[in-house]
Design a protein around this ligand. Structure first.
Ligand code: AMP
Ligand code: TRP
Length: 348
């Protein structure tokens, strides 16, 4: 935070992050994003959490499902401890400034920058990229708009979003340079903790993802206790025990599946991976996996239950989103108006 103040003097520290309502939530979303979003509320910085429905439609979404998933992500925010009294929670499309600033940033960013994004390459791999939506290509510029619309100084995300955040910095710097201003902050990514990249339970070299065709590869926030325990028991591992020395983490370097389970344990328990290795030095997976399953169930079941409870009352969820949108808009509007003025657009 000290470095943050130094990097962006004159900007009030502000946190913004978002999750796409494009499918169910996984343990990766929980550990890499939700859990950390909630923790950030205790740091005395304004926190804004968005359900990015405009990002979701860069690939086709069934309208009824989109509505359901938007409410489900909101329920997951609330169930993870994000408190609408302490944070702003809203869905992106209710604040029109996101789309308006995205257009201006589309004219600052270069097409080549977009083609270089690995997420774009991954999502179009094996397909005809020319046939994907224009929105999918421009996605990172909308993400930069989400962040810069609030003069955000810090963005907590998982490792996979690092490149998009670097691009956000490039776009902010180019805007400031092109218009000769010091208007947008150069946002800091917050990629912290032992679970910045939770891997698939079937293949330790692949990210745990809601879009993986194998349901056994992930833990969904909607899975019941038995399913969670079964998936962990069946997780792919090598036949060796956990290392029995304090520098055991080095021993996990070439054991991605083992490393992943240790990281998950550490993140769920809120301790370092070193602490986990110390506790389980020399243990077989036959011992470690049931303990991990118990821990995962103990930590996730209350969240799943709370999510289900919130989902019983969609009108209340919509009310929270509406109220959050009004509060977000109040911050965004003057920043958008100033941006337009800098660009040379006449306003009212
Ligand atoms: P998405 O579901 O792609 O909208 O991602 C929402 C947030 O969850 C982002 O901050 C991602 O970086 C984070 N995230 C998604 N998958 C993982 C994972 N496997 N490990 C850690 N963080 C993740
Ligand atoms: N691109 C992010 C993801 O796929 C979601 C996102 C959109 C986001 N806008 C954002 C994350 C702004 C942080 C800040 O996970």
């Amino acid at each position: 935070m000290a470095s943050q103040a130094a990097a962006n003097p004159g900007f009030t520290p502000r946190i913004f992050s978002g999750i796409q309502p494009s499918g169910g939530m996984t343990l990766g979303n929980y550990l890499g994003a939700l859990k950390r979003f909630a923790e950030k509320q205790d740091e005395g910085i304004e926190t804004i959490y968005c359900v990015v429905d405009m990002h979701a439609i860069t690939v086709w979404q069934d309208p009824e499902k989109l509505r359901h998933q938007t409410r489900e992500i909101t329920a997951a925010y609330l169930a993870s401890g994000i408190d609408p009294a302490r944070s702003i929670i809203f869905n992106q499309s209710q604040v029109s400034g996101h789309a308006e600033l995205a257009w201006i940033l589309n004219c600052v960013a270069r097409i080549g920058w977009m083609y270089r994004m690995t997420q774009f390459k991954d999502k179009t791999a094996g397909k005809n990229a020319e046939n994907s939506s224009l929105g999918l290509l421009a996605y990172p510029s909308l993400m930069a708009a989400d962040i810069l619309l609030y003069h955000t100084t810090q963005v907590p995300v998982g490792e996979d979003q690092k490149q998009h955040l670097e691009l956000t910095r490039d776009i902010a710097a180019k805007f400031n340079h092109d218009y000769g201003v010091d208007f947008f902050p150069i946002t800091e990514p917050l990629i912290e903790g032992s679970a910045t990249r939770v891997m698939s339970l079937r293949d330790g070299t692949k990210k745990m993802s809601k879009s993986d065709p194998s349901d056994a590869s992930r833990i969904n926030l909607t899975d019941d206790a038995d399913t969670i325990a079964k998936k962990i028991r069946k997780a792919t591992t090598d036949p060796n025990p956990l290392p029995d020395t304090l520098d055991g983490l080095d021993g996990l370097k070439d054991r991605p599946e083992a490393r992943n389970l240790v990281n998950i344990y550490a993140a769920l328990e809120g301790v370092s991976a070193e602490t986990v290795i110390r506790e389980f030095a020399g243990a077989q997976f036959g011992t470690f996996k049931p303990r991990l399953a118990d821990l995962a169930v103990a930590k996730l079941s209350p969240i799943t239950e709370a999510m289900n409870r919130y989902m019983q009352d969609p009108a209340e969820i919509d009310r929270i989103l509406g109220e959050g949108a009004a509060r977000a808009d109040a911050i965004a509007s003057p920043i958008l108006a100033k941006t337009k003025e800098i660009v040379g657009m006449i306003g009212r």
